[in-house]
Design a protein around this ligand. Structure first.
Ligand code: ZN
Length: 719
């Protein structure tokens, strides 16, 4: 993710900070939308945007505008790059680095608008454009990254960088850009060079196909629920099942393979046979030996990635991918996972014991299986914490929590948010706020798109329409997307505590984009190492869980009463519950992801056997699956953002727990000095300093893993 972002100056690409995403939208084949019959000068995607703050003019944009706009913008970008590469003057920082930073702005704008639509409001036309454009854009990026004259100029500057009198940001830009060129194959020659370009393009196509297979295989499955099934399920789940049926044009109620339906069903359905059916269907996505099967694609992707890494002189793709991250090597990432694994596994075995006791107490004689875990865990949870989701949600109203996320930012960083109704949006549910500093000076726009809809991928994420740009003075345009159920007209949107945590998480990413204050756009905001990028998001979650925030913003939607202290305490205590399971489930995927990318002979690899062998080598409990099995593991195979990098959520967990501990140690969650330091060294700094240096500047030392283990309730298991 980092690397693709820092290539922005070379070729703009979409960046989604995907937090556990899973597409669940429908996919049908369609031909691309015909080009709108307009002259390029009339294409609203091109030229100046006459909107407040230069926000995208969604009221004018139609699907048919995209392909012509992409073509015109790629041509303009090529001309700009050609002018830099063939400049007869000797390379200078200004005529090469700054010129590259300024090139391609139109393509970046078009790409960012389009990519956001593909995630939030995709229809068949948009998907067809995406299929057509994704290999063309990849080829465009690759051609620039492999432009020998361009690289020669960057390389010349890099070799004499000490004599250039560069500022620290300039030196960093040169270093990062040079490294990106090298990683993108710029130093390759002859047939290696051609082969590398071929691999890049081929992989881009395979990633799209992997995702579309995942969607396709999910789409062909559904399970109808009879009245007697519905009688045993909570009302919220029944209405979700009804909506799922409406979306598919089915009668009655159905379960489909989206996590937001599957997990509640596995928690609440007493029908063991149905649970097993749903569980198996969910975990076998992409592994059904049909037209959507992803096993061959995995092998092909792994082979190409290995070949690419070898061409660049790396032992494996995992080495290539971790080089230059905060972890630095696959071994460091594995070591962290290992350190957390054994306490987590020990706790999971205790949890399994509790569940087995429950099963026996219910007069049943089966061993706990994957499809039992969530159901019986829910009973243990209810018994131990007596938490009723509806009781908690009654205090968690989306609008108030949005206020809370702004309030925390205001207290920490002195910024204000004011809702605007004059900014064009791509869907009527999207809301826009202007962020200003304490004196009312404009700093950026924040778009919140909170409700689920068909055509929107599942999960939650942050993205942007425009990063902060110190060269042009452009302010950031940042989005958050979530998938909360939209309430009926006039009803409040009530969300779960997990959903509220996600809200804060994504807003932490948003602040990373909004508070960015760098000179060069390719070093701005979230363009940091992938294993550092979750830190601002995850640390922000901690403020939600503070009693002083919940007392103020967790207000009953009918009575207006704050959440009773006793309930609040139970909500907070319940957070360490079942953490053995969650951590093992996560690490199962983390270990498999890393093992795949350390494999040096993927050609004849048996995907299922490989998974099983990795999990067995860790003595992973049978009843806990991988959070994402390989054949639908989008993090690993739908792109390179989290490939050999799934561990980075855990890495970030170390950083956020240790980072927030600084505030609790100071005795003030709004400690002004720490807030200033967090803003200056992390949120504003983007990629202008290496991640470890940024963390150390904020914390005063390197990160410690203990606060993470304690926050998950493993404090007693620390060796
Ligand atoms: Zn995130």
């Amino acid at each position: 993710m980092t690397r693709t972002r820092t290539l922005a100056a070379l070729a703009p690409v979409l960046l989604l900070l995907a937090c556990e995403p899973e597409p669940e939208d429908s996919m049908e084949t369609a031909t691309p939308a015909p080009a709108a019959e307009v002259d390029p000068v009339d294409n609203p995607l091109l030229g100046e945007w006459e909107t407040p703050f230069g926000a995208p003019p969604f009221h004018l944009i139609e699907n048919g505008h995209f392909i012509p706009a992409f073509e015109a913008a790629m041509e303009a970008h090529n001309a700009e790059i050609e002018a830099i590469a063939s400049n007869p003057e000797a390379p200078t920082f200004q005529n090469t680095m700054v010129a590259m930073e300024l090139a391609g702005s139109e393509l970046q704008r078009v790409s960012l608008v389009f990519s956001n639509l593909t995630s939030s409001v995709a229809d068949d036309e948009i998907r067809a454009i995406q299929r057509e454009m994704s290999p063309r854009l990849a080829a465009h990026s690759a051609a620039i990254a492999l432009n020998p004259e361009l690289f020669a100029r960057v390389d010349a500057l890099y070799r004499e960088h000490e004599e250039l009198g560069l500022s620290s940001q300039e030196a960093r830009l040169l270093e990062v850009t040079h490294e990106n060129f090298v990683r993108a194959g710029a130093q390759l020659e002859g047939p290696d060079r051609d082969r590398f370009a071929e691999i890049r393009t081929h992989l881009a196509g395979l990633y799209t196909q992997f995702t579309q297979n995942d969607v396709g295989d999910s789409e062909i499955w559904m399970m109808h629920l009879a009245q007697e099934d519905l009688d045993e399920l909570p009302r919220s789940l029944v209405s979700s099942a009804r909506r799922a049926a409406e979306d598919r044009g089915e009668d009655g109620h159905i379960i489909v393979l989206s996590r937001s339906l599957v997990e509640p069903f596995l928690q609440r359905s007493p029908n063991r046979a149905q649970r097993e059916e749903v569980w198996r269907a969910f975990y076998e996505r992409g592994n059904n030996d049909n037209e959507f099967d992803n096993k061959d694609l995995i092998r092909e992707i792994l082979e190409l990635r290995l070949e690419m890494a070898n061409l660049l002189g790396f032992e494996t793709f995992a080495h290539y991918r971790t080089a230059g991250t905060m972890a630095g090597t696959p071994e460091a990432a594995l070591e962290l996972m290992e350190e957390v694994w054994w306490p987590a596994r020990a706790r999971a075995m205790e949890e399994q014991g509790d569940i087995q006791a429950r099963i026996e107490a219910a007069g049943l004689d089966h061993e706990v299986a994957g499809w039992d875990w969530r159901f019986f865990t829910e009973q243990v949870r209810e018994e131990r914490f007596d938490l009723d989701d509806a009781e908690v949600s009654a205090y968690l109203e989306l609008d108030r929590l949005i206020e809370a996320q702004f309030y925390v930012a205001e207290r920490l960083f002195g910024v204000r948010f004011e809702e605007r109704d004059d900014i064009p949006v791509y869907h009527p549910d999207v809301r826009v706020w202007e962020m200003t500093d304490a004196d009312g000076n404009h700093m950026g726009l924040f778009y919140g798109d909170y409700f689920a809809r068909s055509g929107k991928r599942a999960g939650a994420w942050m993205s942007s329409f425009r990063p902060q740009n110190g060269l042009t003075g452009a302010t950031p345009l940042i989005l958050n997307n979530c998938n909360y159920n939209k309430p009926a007209d006039g009803e409040p949107a009530l969300i779960s505590f997990t959903d509220a945590t996600t809200l804060f998480h994504e807003f932490g990413h948003a602040l990373h984009g909004l508070l960015s204050d760098t000179e060069f756009p390719s070093l701005a905001g979230t363009s940091v190492d992938r294993d550092f990028v979750e830190f601002p998001a995850q640390i922000y979650e901690h403020w939600l869980a503070q009693p002083q925030i919940l007392e103020q913003f967790a207000i009953h939607h009918e009575t207006g009463e704050p959440m009773p202290t006793e309930l609040l305490e139970r909500v907070l205590a319940a957070r360490t519950f079942n953490q053995g399971f969650s951590t093992v489930e996560f690490l199962n995927s983390g270990f498999v992801d890393m093992a795949f990318h350390l494999e040096t002979e993927p050609t004849s690899l048996d995907v299922e056997a490989f998974e099983a062998q990795v999990l067995a080598s860790r003595e992973s409990p049978d009843a806990i699956p991988m959070r994402h099995r390989s054949t639908h593991f989008l993090h690993s195979f739908a792109g390179e953002g989290y490939a050999a990098g799934y561990y980075s959520y855990l890495w970030a967990g170390v950083l956020d727990n240790d980072g927030f501990a600084a505030f609790t140690e100071a005795g003030d969650i709004f400690d002004p000095e720490l807030a200033r330091s967090l803003r200056e060294n992390v949120l504003a700094a983007g990629n202008t300093i290496p991640a470890m240096d940024a963390f150390v500047a904020f914390r005063g030392r390197e990160p410690s893993v203990e606060p993470l283990l304690r926050s998950r309730g493993f404090g007693d298991l620390i060796p």
